[in-house]
Design a protein around this ligand. Structure first.
Ligand code: FAD
Length: 543
């Protein structure tokens, strides 16, 4: 059985050798003829032809006895080793050993072939002139009819240049990988199916920062939204794209991260043997994504912008306070004027007799004048241009503007932005004001609560064609009876009203409606207040 197996393994070559041995040419060693007689194989090829074939085979072939003493070598063996056949016959194959091959390799070689199995591997050999070369060797045992090992057939070739090439390739690969890993920018090679084929240390670090969410998906989603980049059409990107600024919001962190992204198209490796000679008709490409983190410089720019926003918001706030104060005065003045008007409209009033009517008329006249002056003093509302607004960025700005207040109140912010959010067409100042009102209210509510742990939680997400922002605080909450009323002008439910005129939520709602959206208090939320803002993606552009 074992013999049968071994014969199958050594295959056609051994059968052919057996055929050759069936009618050996003159001068064929006696041991070789003996091997043929032992095997008793049938003839398939004329022996002369077989000998010539083996002789002229381009691979170094040797036949040895069971102790590896050489019985036969072909011309290629002589050429490769530099020895003549005469110098080799009777010597052990170890004559080729350069003593650089570890003994374990020889032990494994012998253990294998002695079990009548074929051994293949690499050995360091040297030629007659002591020049070393790497030999790729296959040894097949040749069995006699009793199943005992009669000979070994060895075939080897010089693979030094292949090895050198492999080493150079490995070196190049190690060098490239080391260089890419040392590079501070994030790099990833992505297949058209979004599979990461290769990445560097910076990418892996980012993967950790994003708690296992594949950063490539976040980059690709953001690029799709910003420049309409479609990975499915990566073969068509031509020169690729460069320096596209992308914002990513790591989960659980209030600090967004900014990257300048570039993409280069790379042809996908085609390893299919059938495509060796032909160009694959279906071009497949990958994307080399390079993302340079620019959070630092972006933060500096943002800080400067924030200062400008702070100044402009302070101005806006002042104007708003004036508007609220004057509107309040108009509202309050209107009531007595209405009473005077009503009194004057009464027929046969006793006021006619007492001269009171005249006084009332004068009072009404002065009141109307005061009213007109107040109306004239109302600061006019400026109309703002619409732009593309990133709500995550806007909320981040508002949080920064309120940082001092929140720190003073011992408030913790739990920020849960959608990692990638599409921009909406909107009026930046109006939207900023909207969220500032809501966050200021949350800070005020927490100030009035006796909670030890004070938290404002902010969430953004996309729901269909809407952006949803939830602003939550674990303060006293809004009683159900006031859920609608709080949006009415001059309604103030704070215990410590201070400078509040009760216009914040009115203005917030006005801003949301101006963008085709809404603001509402979540009636189901327990343990504080949750305000939900919904803004259609079309934003103010759709209104
Ligand atoms: P050795 O002491 O001869 O052998 C080292 C270890 O190999 C021993 O400790 C032992 O475990 C094992 N071993 C050696 N001989 C035998 C044996 N007869 N039976 C059982 N175990 C044994 N070697 C090369 O370096 N280059 C070649 O190109 C090469 N071609 C070969 C081709 C054939 C067909 C065969 C059968 C062997 C070939 N060898 C070749 C192996 C060679 O015969 C030596 O075993 C090897 O070179 C190590 O020789 P050594 O004198 O250093 O140590």
């Amino acid at each position: 059985m074992a013999q049968q197996k071994s014969r199958t393994k050594t295959g056609q070559a051994i059968d052919t050798i057996s055929n050759f041995l069936a009618s050996p040419p003159e001068g064929t060693p006696a041991e070789v003829i003996e091997a043929f007689n032992a095997l008793g194989a049938k003839q398939y090829l004329p022996p002369k032809l077989f000998l010539e074939t083996v002789e002229q085979a381009p691979i170094a072939i040797s036949i040895t006895d069971p102790a590896a003493h050489i019985l036969y070598v072909n011309q290629a063996f002589e050429t490769l080793t530099g020895y003549t056949s005469d110098e080799l016959i009777g010597k052990n194959e170890s004559v080729l050993s350069s003593r650089s091959t570890p003994i374990e390799v020889y032990q494994e070689l012998w253990e294998t072939i002695q079990q009548r199995k074929v051994w293949s591997g690499k050995l360091v050999n040297h030629r007659k002139d002591k020049q070393e070369y790497l030999a790729e060797l296959t040894i097949s045992p040749v069995l006699n009819p009793k199943g005992a090992i009669a000979y070994y057939l060895g075939m080897h070739r010089d693979v030094t240049s292949v090895h050198q090439l492999e080493q150079r390739l490995r070196f190049q690969k190690d060098l490239t990988e080391a260089a890419l890993d040392a590079a501070p920018m994030v790099m990833a090679m992505v297949g058209s199916d979004r599979k990461v084929l290769f990445d560097n240390h910076a990418y892996k670090a980012l993967l950790g920062d994003f708690r296992g969410r594949e950063p490539v998906n976040l980059f690709l989603d953001a690029l799709e939204q910003q420049i309409g980049f479609d990975l499915g059409n990566v073969c068509q990107i031509g020169e690729g794209f460069t320096n596209i600024e992308v914002r990513l919001d790591p989960p659980g962190s209030s600090t967004p991260r900014w990257f300048s992204c570039s993409g280069v198209r790379v042809a996908e490796l085609d390893e299919a043997a059938q495509n060796y000679f032909k160009q694959s008709d279906k071009a497949r490409c990958c994307l080399l994504l390079i993302a340079n983190e620019i959070t630092g410089s972006r933060n500096r720019i943002n800080e400067a912008r924030l200062n400008m926003i702070r100044a402009s918001m302070a101005e806006q706030q002042m104007v708003q306070t004036m508007r609220e104060a004057i509107s309040g005065s108009i509202f309050k003045l209107q009531a007595p004027l209405n009473v005077i008007k009503a009194a004057l409209s009464m027929p046969d009033s006793s006021a006619d007799q007492s001269g009171l009517r005249k006084v009332l008329e004068q009072a009404l006249e002065s009141g109307d004048e005061a009213m007109e002056s107040l109306h004239n003093a109302l600061p006019s509302q400026t109309t703002e241009q619409t732009t593309l607004v990133n709500i995550n960025e806007l909320l981040h700005q508002v949080m920064k503007l309120s940082t001092e207040k929140m720190l003073a109140g011992g408030i913790v912010v739990d920020w849960h932005p959608a990692p990638v959010l599409p921009g909406i067409t909107g009026r930046t100042n109006a939207l900023r004001g909207l969220f500032k009102y809501l966050i200021d209210n949350a800070v005020q509510a927490l100030g009035e609560s006796d909670q030890d742990y004070r938290e404002i939680r902010l969430e953004t997400r996309q729901e269909g064609q809407e952006l949803v922002v939830a602003v939550m605080d674990n303060g006293p909450g809004v009683p159900n009876v006031h859920r609608i009323k709080v949006f009415e002008p001059f309604f103030c439910g704070w215990t410590q009203a201070k400078e509040h005129a009760g216009m914040g939520l009115t203005m917030a709602q006005e801003a949301a409606i101006g963008h085709g959206g809404s603001v509402e208090i979540d009636a189901d939320f327990l343990g504080g207040c949750r305000i939900i803002v919904r803004l259609p993606l079309s934003g103010a552009g759709g209104v």
